[in-house]
Design a protein around this ligand. Structure first.
Ligand code: SF4
Ligand code: SF4
Length: 336
């Protein structure tokens, strides 16, 4: 395949590098695969793509990396991308996890964020020094088009890159969705909208947000002070984890007037999101009463909606205000 474009910039090793920061369920792994396939098989670059993610399909952090270079160059680096030319944040709520997410940004890094908010507001949250910042409402578009957020972000990435051929990416999407022909039109439409609706702004470098080097993790434990036998003395838990970013535009809405407190939702929910409390039901009997959902732990799988026999749980498009007003914090968990 002859090379059909040139890379706008490369690092000292000759690579154009990208890092996608995501959470399981938003499709970053597949997006990286499609983007790399488009660049290598569709445009003639040499390239590589790989991801790091946790064991669970939804709700765990995902990092996806893409490297492109000249086709005559060998790729002998398999390390994560620390200083990306393009950084893509698959959900704005991930920015709350702090600098570890956005580390390695330089004055000319292009950042893309899936967000509904205006670009200037997003810039403050990202804390970027300078460079291009693109914002696109990937979840809103995905809900409209019946796609996943990743194809919207592929459109945004293609436009922001300035060198990727949209037709090559469209072909790679079609190839990867060949097994699901019914999903293809919506995903291609979502790709086009991501490309068209990306709002990209260039910022001059600001001293308010100086670039920061990537953090180096230094373990507090070493051979002198590690517990005998490698015992874990402080086991972690997920009590404070917020799974909000792993939802892809839909939530279960709870209608207590239709609830018969049979607990099917609670048995089905993989994340124990329901808040039950001892009380009196509508027939005057003592029992456990379903008070509602703690949405911080809800990853939007909607299994509870399928399990509910009375339609007391219904699928709905997510609305931030609704979620904030209707979350029922569980005992022992911090307030919203
Ligand atoms: S959608 Fe329902 S089953 Fe899935 S995590 Fe949320 S509350 Fe639990
Ligand atoms: S499954 Fe439906 S009816 Fe049963 S407790 Fe849950 S919400 Fe209520």
């Amino acid at each position: 395949m002859p090379l059909t474009a040139t890379l706008p910039k490369t690092n000292e090793h000759g690579f154009y590098e990208m890092r996608m920061e995501s959470i399981g369920g938003l499709g970053a792994n597949v997006a990286g695969k499609i983007f790399a396939e488009a660049g290598v098989l569709g445009m003639g670059f040499n390239g590589v793509n790989f991801s790091s993610y946790g064991a669970e399909k939804k709700g765990t952090p995902v990092k996806t990396f893409v490297r492109f270079c000249d086709p005559r160059q060998h790729i002998r680096i398999a390390a994560p991308v620390e200083f990306p030319h393009m950084l893509i944040v698959f959900h704005e709520n991930l920015l709350a996890t702090g600098k570890a997410l956005t580390h390695g940004m330089a004055h000319d890094t292009t950042v893309i964020v899936n967000s509904k908010h205006p670009v200037d507001k997003v810039r403050e949250v990202v804390g970027m020094c300078g460079g291009g910042l693109g914002v696109v409402d990937a979840i809103g578009i995905a809900v409209d088009e019946g796609s996943r957020p990743n194809t919207v972000l592929l459109g945004a990435m293609t436009k922001a890159s300035g060198f990727m051929d949209p037709e090559a990416v469209r072909r790679a999407i079609s190839h990867n969705l060949a097994k699901y022909p019914r999903m293809l039109p919506g995903n291609l439409k979502a790709f086009d909208r991501g490309f068209q609706e990306l709002e990209l702004t260039e910022y001059a470098c600001s001293i308010k947000h100086p670039p920061e080097p990537p953090p180096r993790f230094v373990s507090p434990l070493g051979y002198e002070n590690a517990p005998m036998g490698g015992a874990i003395t402080n086991p972690g838990n997920t009590m404070l984890r917020d799974l909000t970013p792993s939802r892809t535009g839909y939530i279960p809405q709870f209608f207590p007037e239709d609830c018969i407190n049979d607990g099917h939702c609670e048995y089905t929910c993989p994340d124990y999101c329901f808040t039950f409390e001892k009380g009196i039901d509508r027939k005057g009997k003592e029992g456990m009463i379903n008070l509602g959902i703690d949405y911080r732990y809800c990853k939007g799988c909607l299994r509870c909606v399928q399990a509910c026999p009375t339609e007391a749980l219904r699928k709905a498009v997510e609305d931030e205000d609704y979620v904030r007003e209707h979350t029922v914090p569980q005992l022992g968990r911090k307030e919203w």
